[in-house]
Write a protein that binds this ligand. Structure first.
Ligand SMILES: [Zn+2]
Length: 257
């Protein structure tokens, strides 16, 4: 029997999620990103865990802003994308695209997923079938293209889509309701989407998180993964366009929604 990776998720800032992961056998705890130092400390206290690692997805302040303060307090090891070592403070262990590393007894693979930022990285725990995807993919949405191109983002999303369908995706923001409202405007005939939107509305009425999501649900309802869908293309009048062109149009519409 393999050790279990425990994931503790908590809301922080206005719409971020913080995540602590814990290896009970080796007594290691990592914070995925550092959105909010006091919320992370509260979560650590609540669980009785001591911070040993930070694993960063990207350089934005609501993801890496707490790095140095937490490192100073705990002397934790900071793991992050080699691509963005200049912009993410305190990285001890830079990870290259496709590089495997150990968190205690767990194997993790980092993948460079440019689009939202040029240096973004996602972390896949293949045996556990979970991944921390930062601001690359959201429930029924994807990250804004602040630095990357549509072509880069579609390749990043394709990489995520190549994982097993049951993979749990831990996205870093609760943007789901707004994403669903937008998704309906480009994929309004999609029965899975209509049903999921109403489920999400029910959950959010009670302030229940919609994260994590499962990859197979995203394939059915996330318009950013569905740029080859015929109904979506028909609606956009883009039957002959490339997937990247369709993706870019959907992203553009979402930015203006
Ligand atoms: Zn971001």
């Amino acid at each position: 029997m393999n050790a279990q990776l425990e994931v503790h998720m908590f809301p922080c800032l206005s719409d971020n999620y913080g995540f602590l992961i814990h290896d009970s056998e080796e007594n290691l705890t990592a914070s995925i990103d550092t959105p909010d130092v006091s919320a992370i400390e509260d979560a650590l206290n609540q669980k009785g865990w001591e911070l040993t690692h930070i694993i960063n997805t990207h350089h934005h302040y609501d993801h890496a802003g707490g790095n140095l303060e937490l490192k100073k307090k705990t002397n934790c090891i900071i793991i992050g994308p080699a691509e963005d070592i200049e912009r993410i403070p305190g990285i001890d262990l830079p990870i290259e695209h496709g590089q495997e590393f150990k968190f205690g007894s767990f194997e993790v693979k980092g993948f460079h997923t440019p689009g939202h930022t040029t240096g973004h990285m996602v972390y896949h725990f293949e045996s556990e079938k979970i991944a921390f995807v930062g601001d690359t993919i959201f429930v029924m949405g994807c990250g804004r293209l602040f630095e990357g191109t549509p072509q880069q983002m579609i390749e990043s999303l394709d990489l995520i889509m190549s994982w097993p369908d049951e993979t749990l995706l831990y996205c870093a923001h609760e943007y789901t309701q707004a994403n669903a409202e937008f998704a309906i405007t480009v994929d309004g005939m999609n029965q899975d989407l209509i049903q999921r939107k109403s489920e999400v509305d029910d959950l959010r009425r009670e302030l229940i998180p919609t994260v994590p999501t499962q990859l197979h649900l995203e394939k059915k309802t996330n318009p950013f993964l569905r740029s080859d869908d015929q109904e979506i293309r028909m609606g956009l009048g883009m039957m002959e366009s490339t997937r990247t062109e369709v993706f870019a149009e959907i992203r553009n519409r979402k930015d203006q929604f």
